[in-house]
Ligand binder design. Structure first.
Ligand code: OAD
Length: 244
């Protein structure tokens, strides 16, 4: 493992363009549940009941109750040492891009620059009717009224997150695909099964990047990357940073 850490540190030190992709695992040590882990959300709930446009259409109140409950769980969570290392790289490395699938905004709270939240933010709302209102931030926990309403048209508001069956915002997809043109690509704390995030590490590798994964468990990406480091991001990232 020491050799692997030194290799990754050396590659990051020499990289002109560094890209970090993160998933729920980066926030696990902060107390945010993952989706597919032992106590993961998708082991207790069915995504099709709570995280699709059809579910919202059928029962907006139920969907909002679930999101309000998740917001309550995340509100007191703080960024951990893994978020802090990535934030420092994003501030100090000449060209560092961070792509996250997480909606918890812990990367934002850690002060991460050049961040693309491809699945949106649980702290932002948008108009369900698409009346043209820009999405807005509401950090109240719990929310005052469920389901909340659009301040422009008075119709239903929705969480500004990407649900199953929905496309990513065009600009986010472009940023994510563009970030695969890099010298080093790190995939951190993601099960690497949800598209299009799952393909990014493969694109980067095909483009000639050095690729590394940080995850306590094997994933479909583990055998494809140059180095797979088994461990928690909150412990491994500070060790790599210390070697740079
Ligand atoms: P998953 O729950 O699928 O995977 C979390 C990964 O984090 C697993 O591979 C764990 O082994 C790993 N992990 C756990 N603890 C860790 C730690 N301390 N350090 C590093 N890794 C750790 O979460 P995602 O891959 O983020 O989408 O899931 C992708 C998407 O599926 C989510 O954004 C969400 C979900 O459905 C939407 O809601 C659209």
């Amino acid at each position: 493992m020491t050799d692997q850490l030194a290799t990754v540190a050396d590659r990051i030190r020499r990289a002109r363009r560094l890209t970090v992709l993160t998933g729920a695992g980066i926030s696990a040590a902060s107390g945010v549940p993952t989706f597919r882990g032992r106590d993961g959300l998708w082991r207790q709930y069915r995504p099709e009941d709570l995280a699709t446009p059809e579910a919202f259409e059928q029962n907006p109140r139920l969907v909002w109750e679930w999101y309000d409950w998740r917001r309550g769980g995340i509100a007191d969570c703080r960024p951990n040492a893994g978020h802090d290392v990535i934030a420092a790289w994003s501030q100090n490395h000449p060209q560092c891009r961070v792509i996250t699938q997480n909606v918890d905004d812990l990367h934002v709270r850690a002060g991460t620059c050049n961040l693309t939240r491809i699945h949106g933010s649980i702290w932002e709302l948008s108009c369900w009717n698409g009346c043209g209102a820009a999405s807005w931030r509401d950090e109240r926990v719990p929310l005052a009224d469920l389901p909340p309403r659009c301040s422009e048209c008075g119709g239903l508001a929705r969480p500004a997150v990407v649900w199953f069956g929905e496309a990513l915002r065009g600009e986010d997809l472009r940023a994510a695909l563009g970030a695969t043109s890099c010298d080093v690509f790190l995939t951190v704390g993601t099960s690497a099964v949800v598209s299009p995030a799952a393909r990014l590490v493969h694109d980067a590798r095909r483009g000639g990047a050095f690729t590394a994964e940080i995850n306590p468990e094997e994933t479909p990406a583990s055998t494809a990357v140059d180095v797979a480091i088994h461990g928690g991001a909150e412990a491994i990232l500070p060790r790599i940073a210390a070697l740079i």
